[in-house]
Design a protein around this ligand. Structure first.
Ligand SMILES: [Zn+2]
Length: 161
């Protein structure tokens, strides 16, 4: 799933447990793998993905790399702002941000693993790949279903919580 979806789900979890930051971090982190299992669409990261194992030497020379980096940054910031906007109060903003960041974190950890292929990141990365759906939807369906999913989770949490 895209980072925004992970951030909103992480923020939703945090809003249910605002006084338990450790539990929020663990549950939001775990939620990443659970919702990655749902068939979806991810924007392609061609420059970043192709350089696997190539010591990333040509990466900075590839103009797509900066575009993809900006896209990831935009996605993460949008998700963080949405989570804050949806769930945060002045008293809970820190834990909401924690939930959103923990929900997104397995994806940046893949990049860390690329640079530093050591345990426990190797096992985490293997688990991430295993948990991730093998079905890629077409982008119109794969994006609209994520919007619908994030909206439903938010709606449920905001009405129940
Ligand atoms: Zn993921």
């Amino acid at each position: 799933m895209i980072l925004s979806t992970h951030a909103v789900v992480g923020g939703a979890i945090a809003s249910l447990l605002p006084s338990h930051p450790v539990l929020v971090a663990v549950a939001a982190f775990a939620s990443h793998f659970a919702i990655d299992a749902i068939p979806h669409w991810d924007y392609p990261l061609r420059a970043i993905k192709l350089k696997r194992g190539a010591h990333n030497r040509g990466l900075l020379a590839d103009p797509r790399f900066f575009f993809e980096l900006a896209l990831i940054g935009f996605d993460a910031c949008a998700g963080l702002l949405m989570a804050i906007w949806l769930f945060a109060t002045p008293a809970t903003i820190v834990v909401i941000v924690l939930g959103a960041l923990a929900g997104m974190s397995p994806d940046p950890l893949r990049v860390v693993h690329r640079a530093l292929p050591k345990q426990p990141l190797t096992t985490l990365q293997r688990f991430h790949r295993w948990a991730h759906t093998k079905r890629t939807l077409s982008w119109p369906l794969g994006i609209s279903s994520q919007v619908l999913f994030a909206a439903s989770v938010s709606w449920i949490v905001l009405t129940v919580g």
